[in-house]
Design a protein around this ligand. Structure first.
Ligand SMILES: [Zn+2]
Length: 559
């Protein structure tokens, strides 16, 4: 590296640590120089220090480790926001503790909006009696509150929620449910089974302001986990999230992101997929408009249509070629037929939109590969379409090499492997398990892997994802020795999956994913080296800082 010319003086240099560059030829450096949101130097300390001028901010890393910014290539951001807004009552030690936690959440929400929570268990409390709503209602008078018990078969409502549901001393118990009452016959607020539904049906879908608040909460949560970008895997029709316009494939959520960006509340880059898993084709409303490429200096990109082909493996909705091993009368279900899939993949390829298809079962995955193969033949001049298989969870061994030959990206979620290992063998049987969660086999066959988590189904913590990929255990180290460890990725391959692979899946490999001169200054500072710690210690690494475009977004920007 040449010494800095006068005009190339760094804004910021970081020295005295380890910089994992993501570049196979020179994987480690000592120091990093940043200017105008981009990296202008990476290498030895002395070379980077030569880029410092009188106004350069200088920082000693103290032996800490800088990695390229971690990316979650598949998550559901708005759903995460609402999950984070639910009061977590697991482990609440007393009724007073439950009230404290609920008051805390209510204070963050506008009056009149629903405060929802779950996880309380009165058997942990002194006296072990069911609570009565009066103390809660006094503490939270202006928000309707509904808090589910840990088992989901009971809930506690406050007075405002009872009033909205029209529940009073004269309300009869619904069939299959009970309204608990005190000695005077007044409802105590505790509702059992079907009685919970009386209040639940009053819970209003979130307003736009609540959506914006949820999205804001989620993107800051992700920044705190060390993520510098996220791929939002489908922002279309979803009434429970307040996305109730079936004709809108997700432009409404894009506008929410724009609003966050405009108000300085978007800390990380978002790569938005329109559509979703639903069967409806929002195709015209997608393909009629050009993709949005890097709005706001690379912060918002919308260039993908998300489609679904099947369901999930746990509920036996994943479409398999052969019947389920533990339920021989079913092969799962398809949410889209081959012809529709072919048309959508072909149309996307012709119109400059990337296609990302949810496929879990081996039949669903094969259908997507077939569709891509046909579309490639129809559009031989489209050479860089980068279609994505979201999940790529169960593949016939014969289909695994097709990902590389067709240029299909495997967008995988390593924590699914460690969560699903409890029942995957029962669903699939020993032989089919060979092609399931087969990350090493996919990588060895030449496929590009992009890693994510599918939050809020799983935790969004990318370090737990790294551990699942490398150790094939959950964050607690279960199961011992790892599940099907022959499919583990090396630490370098797993880190690449969460960085360069995810960047490639978003057409951003020349901008992010590596720490090299000219790249955007997106990086994560950790207290240990993910390439050398014990695989089962990966989830325990601490994120000290998240930097996006040269700007620290965590901890500074955390609300
Ligand atoms: Zn998903």
């Amino acid at each position: 590296m040449a010494p800095a010319a006068a005009g190339r003086m760094a804004d910021w240099i970081l020295v005295g640590g380890t910089v994992l560059t993501g570049d196979a030829a020179a994987p480690r450096a000592e120091a990093l120089a940043v200017k105008d949101g981009r990296i202008i130097g990476v290498g030895d300390r002395s070379l980077v220090e030569a880029m410092a001028g009188p106004t350069t901010r200088r920082e000693d890393l103290g032996g800490r480790v800088v990695t390229p910014g971690l990316v979650d290539a598949h998550g559901h951001v708005l759903a995460l926001g609402f999950a984070l807004r639910r009061v977590d009552l697991r482990g609440a030690e007393s009724y007073a503790d439950l009230i404290r936690r609920t008051v805390d959440q209510a204070g963050k929400q506008e009056d009149g909006t629903w405060v929802l929570g779950r996880g309380w268990d009165q058997s942990l409390w002194q006296g072990r009696a069911f609570p009565a709503h009066r103390e809660l209602s006094a503490a939270v008078p202006r928000h309707p509150v509904l808090l589910s018990r840990v088992d989901g078969h009971a809930a506690l409502a406050n007075q405002l929620a009872l009033t909205r549901a029209g529940i009073n001393r004269d309300t009869p118990d619904p069939s299959g449910g009970r309204i608990l009452r005190d000695a005077r016959g007044d409802p105590t607020g505790v509702l059992l089974d079907n009685a919970v539904g009386l209040v639940e049906e009053q819970v209003t879908p979130p307003t736009r302001a609540e959506q914006l608040a949820a999205l804001d909460l989620a993107v800051h949560h992700l920044a705190a986990l060390g993520l510098t970008a996220v791929h939002d895997a489908g922002v279309g029709y979803s009434p429970t999230l307040g996305l109730d316009d079936a004709e809108d494939p997700g432009w409404g959520v894009v506008d929410l992101y724009r609003e966050l960006l405009a108000s300085g509340r978007l800390p990380i880059r978002v790569y938005v997929m329109l559509g979703g898993n639903g069967a409806y084709p929002p195709e015209d409303s997608v393909f009629a408009r050009p993709p949005v490429l890097g709005e706001g200096d690379g912060m918002i990109t919308v260039r993908t249509i998300k489609l679904g082909v099947d369901g999930a493996l746990g509920s036996r909705g994943a479409a398999l070629e052969e019947p389920y091993s533990d339920q021989p009368e079913t092969r799962g279900l398809l949410t889209r037929d081959q012809e529709t899939l072919d048309r959508l993949v072909s149309r996307a390829m012709a119109s400059g939109w990337q296609v990302a298809v949810h496929a879990i079962g081996d039949r669903a995955n094969r259908m997507v590969l077939d569709a891509v193969e046909k579309a490639r033949r129809e559009h031989p001049r489209v050479t860089d379409a980068r279609p994505r298989l979201e999940h790529a969870q169960v593949l016939r061994p014969v289909d695994i090499p097709r990902l590389a030959s067709l240029g299909v990206i495997a967008s995988v979620q390593p924590t699914h492997a460690t969560s699903d290992q409890r029942w995957a063998a029962a669903r699939l049987g020993r032989e089919r398990l060979e092609g399931a969660y087969a990350y090493h086999s996919l990588a060895a066959a030449g496929a590009v892997l992009a890693c994510g988590s599918d939050f809020p189904v799983e935790s969004a913590n990318p370090l737990a994802g790294l551990q699942a990929a490398v150790a094939r255990t959950d964050a607690q180290g279960v199961p011992l020795g790892g599940w099907r460890p022959q499919e583990a990725l090396s630490p370098a391959a797993a880190l690449a999956c969460f960085t360069t692979g995810a960047a490639y899946a978003a057409f951003m490999e020349d901008e992010t994913g590596r720490l090299a001169v000219g790249m955007r200054a997106d990086f994560t500072i950790l207290d240990g080296d993910p390439l050398t710690v014990a695989p089962t210690a990966l989830a325990g690494l601490k994120v000290l800082r998240t930097v996006v475009g040269g700007r620290t977004v965590f901890p500074a920007a955390t609300p």
